[in-house]
Write a protein that binds this ligand. Structure first.
Ligand SMILES: [Zn+2]
Length: 169
């Protein structure tokens, strides 16, 4: 993964070993980007996805996935999935698992915070942390459900105001 653009998309889509971004093809006229993903086993060792025994490469199956747009570009993943020959399970496809957007976002926030807090001092992380603290103080969580006390009070007030404005109801 020598190029910056490959690393960028690997990070963006959370593509991890043994899968790698082998290349990125951009078509600016079509506003499309195709990310080529391969299963990287330079030593030629494969494992059966069913039983975990070592297996041999049978062939490669190509799969195209339409992903969420990135930077307003239609984004496709062209994934080369190996099919392996296992002595016990016969031919098996090694499937490519893409994290959903929510999990990718969670992972990115996690690693962002870890990176920032690992630095001796980082203003933006500190500001973010104090912001969270302030929010937590402002809206203490109730133990039942996810509604905050402030939210409940707002709702009650809104209901009272509504009832006062509509005494005939
Ligand atoms: Zn097997």
């Amino acid at each position: 993964m020598a190029n910056k653009i490959e690393k960028f998309y690997a990070d963006l889509l959370s593509i991890k070993d043994p899968w790698i971004v082998a290349g990125v093809d951009q078509n600016m006229d079509m506003k499309e980007v195709t990310i080529r993903v391969t299963y990287d086993r330079p030593d030629g060792t494969y494992k059966c996805p069913v039983c975990g025994r070592s297996a041999t490469l049978h062939d490669i199956k190509e799969q195209t996935i339409r992903y969420l747009d990135t930077c307003e570009m239609k984004t496709y993943l062209m994934v080369k999935c190996p099919r392996v020959m296992c002595l016990m399970c016969n031919i098996q496809l090694v499937t490519f698992q893409l994290l959903n957007a929510k999990d990718v976002a969670k992972q990115r926030l996690d690693s962002y915070l870890n990176e920032k807090l690992a630095d001796a001092w980082d203003m933006s992380a500190w500001e973010f942390y104090t912001y969270l603290l302030e929010q937590a103080k402002k809206h203490p969580l109730v133990t039942t459900g996810y509604a905050s006390m402030a939210y409940k009070a707002d709702k009650k007030e809104a209901l009272n105001n509504y009832n006062a404005a509509h005494p005939d109801l």
